[in-house]
Ligand binder design. Structure first.
Ligand code: G6P
Length: 610
């Protein structure tokens, strides 16, 4: 989704802003732009439709020079992707604004401004705010006051950064509903929607809180205001290093992130296991007492994170005996949810900023009656979701750049298994000991699964010309089939669906013919024999089967049946392991099809609007 970078420095900022935009490309966008105040104090702007490279070309031909600037990647919501709709938006050649989010009441505000004679250059909601700010600056003579007065008039979600020719050494930013961080430099400071955008210039960040307004200036450095009053915020050091922002030896970030899974899963387990049991302290202060009271769980998430929740339902009900519901956040937040007493509300999110997931959390907190408390399982420290939840378990996936989520998903699964074990009434028993041992052995098994890369690359050739694919699984492998289908859709644009294999006869079997590859995940579990019968149903209809299976299950390859062996694993942990071959399959199919693997069309990494 949209991205913001802003810099106030004593050096030319074009390079810093451009590099920041490149680092935000992974979020998904359709146009980009930059504005600076040049040495003569005038506002200069360049914008381009398409990739940041198109903007870079314009800047190479006609560079911007200035020590203060703002830049943006836009993902269209109001108004089509075009240069005119790209940010920064300018009002009266004096003020420039970049904005993420949606201004919900922009229509009446726009009508009022038009009645006053304002002519709009774009179809965006953002330009309305630029004109309001310009007028407020004239009324107050001060940029901070202008921003505060304007924010009082707008509804919706925003992160924004603004500068004005008459405040030539100031940038003011604000956040409500969309993330914004302050990058703390030495005699220079920055704003960005994502820490990654600034790692080339600093590793020290202030995570702004909801409703915060920030002023960067030469005179006072960084000043933060909450409800109009000065506020103190901690400075955090980013600990993952800048390596996460480069592809290294890999052709794509997605492939790099798939291969990082053994290491990041080991990191997610680090410090959370003691001998043979899971430490409740991993979930934060007060977790033990709260967990003892849990009788019901509501899990809410979006996209890939939702699939992790679906796996957890099987675990929580089977291993911990706790009734669990899992729902996509955009549905949960608008439903009249019935909340039984002592319900733990769990959100899953890579980014911690997904608009619907955050809204669902706020909805749950507003209906406090049955809710015991909220736990966030999240990959971004300091994100809105972790700050607004009672408890948080941080996954240690490190920054994930590929839009299609891979390592964030498997680390969420590990975190959810830790939660399941922590919630069991029979703590410290042989089952917990065995699963803790199995978890410790997981990174090594994942390494083995990654050795399937070559054979899977070969297999992927059978998919490159196909238009549809069907994924099948049973039990905990059904959500893994859903995730496999989502990955294939997202990055190769092949229509893919997933079904619990037992549902085959109730509809999808009608689709099966030689043009419909069917992919099945078949670990050696209690549902194996039933799955095998379902696979026979496919073969009998002339379908071509691709099965990822434990060598022990005794499936023999044939003309219409390709079998790839996955390492043997405890059936509880199998969904984590079986995810990897499906990720590799979608990756290789996308590479063969020549799509933009890391930034698939129309999609965004962090969906901060509804
Ligand atoms: C977007 C991303 C997905 C992600 C989903 C939820 O759709 O493209 O990869 O699963 O958002 O994001 P979250 O950050 O809440 O996990």
């Amino acid at each position: 989704m949209c991205g913001i970078v802003a810099a106030l420095a004593a050096r030319n900022v074009q390079g810093i802003l451009l590099e920041g935009l490149k680092r935000l490309e992974y979020r998904g966008y359709d146009s980009a732009g930059m504005a600076v105040l040049d040495r003569a104090g005038a506002l200069a702007r360049r914008r381009a439709l398409g990739k940041v490279a198109a903007l870079e070309e314009k800047l190479t031909e006609d560079a911007l020079k200035g020590h203060i600037g703002i830049a943006h990647t836009r993902w269209a919501t109001h108004g089509k992707p075009s240069e005119a709709n790209a940010h920064p938006h300018v009002a009266g050649r004096r003020l420039a604004l970049v904005h993420n989010g949606i201004i919900e009441n922009y229509e009446p505000l726009k009508r009022d401004l038009e009645a006053e004679g304002v002519v709009f250059d774009s179809e965006t909601d953002t330009e309305v705010v630029a004109h309001l700010l310009e007028r407020a600056f004239d009324a107050h003579g001060d940029l901070l006051a202008a921003v505060q007065a304007t924010l009082a008039r707008i509804d919706g979600a925003y992160a924004l950064a603004v500068m004005h020719v008459e405040a030539p050494r100031e940038i003011v930013g604000a956040r409500k509903g969309s993330p914004l961080v302050v990058g703390v430099g030495i005699d220079e400071n920055f704003l960005a929607s994502d820490t990654l955008a600034l790692l080339q210039v600093t590793d020290r960040f202030v995570y702004l809180q909801e409703g915060d307004v920030v002023r960067l200036s030469d005179a006072h450095g960084i000043e933060i205001f909450a409800d109009g009053e000065p506020a103190e915020r901690d400075v955090h050091t980013f600990e993952h290093g800048d390596g996460a922002a480069s592809r290294g030896e890999y052709r794509h970030f997605m492939l790099k992130e798939i291969h990082e899974q053994p290491a990041v899963i080991a990191a997610t387990l680090e410090g959370r296991l003691s001998g043979s049991h899971v430490l409740e302290s991993s979930f934060g202060v007060g977790a033990k007492a709260l967990f003892a009271r849990v009788r019901q769980i509501h899990i809410v998430a979006c996209g890939t994170s939702y699939h992790a929740g679906l796996v957890a339902r099987y675990w929580l009900e089977k291993l911990a005996g706790i009734p669990t519901t899992v729902e996509v956040a955009s549905e949960y937040r608008y439903r009249e949810v019935v909340v039984p007493e002592n319900t733990l509300f769990v959100t899953l999110s890579q980014s911690g900023e997904t608009a619907d997931t955050l809204a669902a959390l706020r909805y749950a907190k507003g209906r406090a009656a049955g809710y015991l408390g909220a736990l966030a399982i999240c990959n971004v420290p300091g994100s809105s979701l972790t700050r607004e939840s009672d408890l948080a378990l941080m996954t240690q996936a490190g920054p994930e750049i590929g839009v299609a989520s891979t390592k964030a998903f498997t680390t969420q699964l590990v975190a959810l298994l830790l939660l399941t074990l922590a919630l069991r009434r029979e703590r410290g028993d042989a089952r917990e000991t065995a699963l803790v041992q199995a978890l410790r052995g997981l990174p090594a098994l994942l390494e083995q699964a990654l050795e399937m890369d070559g054979p899977i690359a070969e297999l992927s050739e059978a998919f490159a010309e196909k238009h549809h694919a069907l994924f099948l699984g049973r039990g905990t492998q059904f959500p893994i089939a859903l995730e496999g289908a989502l990955k294939l859709k997202e990055i190769s644009y092949i229509h893919a669906e997933a079904y619990p294999a037992g549902e085959l006869k109730h509809g999808p079997l009608a689709l099966v013919d030689a043009d419909m590859p069917v992919i099945a995940v078949a670990p050696n579990d209690e549902l194996l024999e039933k799955l095998k019968s379902n696979l026979q149903e496919v073969r009998a209809r002339g379908g071509e089967l691709f099965v990822f299976a434990d060598a022990q299950v005794g499936l023999t390859a044939a003309d219409d049946l390709r079998v790839l062996h996955v390492p043997q694993i405890d059936e509880v942990l199998a969904p984590i392991l079986y995810t990897l071959p499906l990720q590799l399959l979608s990756y290789h199919v996308a590479v063969l099809k020549g799509t933009d693997v890391d930034q698939p069309r129309n999609l965004a990494k962090s969906v901060t609007v509804e």
